[in-house]
Design a protein. Sequence first.
Length: 354
Amino acid sequence: MAAYLNAVGTAVPPHDVHHAFIDWAGARVEPRARPLFARMAARAGIAHRWSVLPGTNGGSAVDAGGFYGAASPGTAARMALYAAEAPALALAAIAALTGDDATAPAGITHLVVASCTGFVAPGIDQIIARRLGLAPSVERLLIGFMGCYAAVVALRTARHIVRSEPAARVLVVTVELSSLHLQEEQAIEPLLAMLQFGDGAAAGIVSAEPTGIELGQPFAATLGDSAELIRWTITDTGFAMHLDGAVPGRIGDALGDADFVATVTGDAAPAGLFWAVHAGGRSILDAVQTALALPATALAASRGVLADYGNMSSATLMFVLARLLAAPPAQREGVALAFGPGLAAEGLALRAAP
């Protein structure tokens, strides 16, 4: 029994914060380092990032009177916003999937939700189910704090469900509010890490209906001696992201290993596949493309998502898959690939539906 990702709906908040952040962060960097920060920001491959946080009088959240305009907010204040805004954004993505924000997709039997940028109990899965009016018999799973590869884990879980219960119809939701975790940093590296992240949500349907993209064999690997390269630390002022500058090189090294590549691609030549790579940053996409000798256009969907939305953690890969569903590639077989804390790689073989 095969499982298919039939459709994906996406949503982002209305506030474009990318350039306001660059101005704010650039002013915090030591004066001698500001030209370097400006060059790195310009090279990031990001034009827009979106946030649930409004500014005041048309400004941004870092302006006076905004959420970050005074003392750094505590984690409790940030989680209160998560509890209010994350379900709303998730419902907007589901509405984009169904075309009707009042009803869930028909026949949903399972709900799988992935999110790493907030905690609330009852969980966001229960909140979404209640607001959609899903039956109490719908089985729920919340995948929390796994980071950027959590979309793969959610899709893999949905695949397992459908393969074991062919009549299942699984609603997969990924929602992240990364902008709730701005930190009062002055060093270039953490500021450049924060510059990557934005808010977004995606919703997909996984079922045995042979339309869309078939979800094939999953794979997972942890890269040795790399556990400290990507980290989330819970602090009194939100979650502090650590994204080491060594990550792209470590990924490139891994993809230069024939055994690791065989884990990812099987017997297929990488250049002959279509690719849904998590848009974790321009340098990460460059590392994947160079290491696998991919054509210049192979990661166009990932680069487009990065440019338009930045890195939305777990939601990002779903945005890439949405683009591939909207404009199917010429190749029949492909790979979904994401990297995250660990440093770990998670993925799935993909195949265009008949």
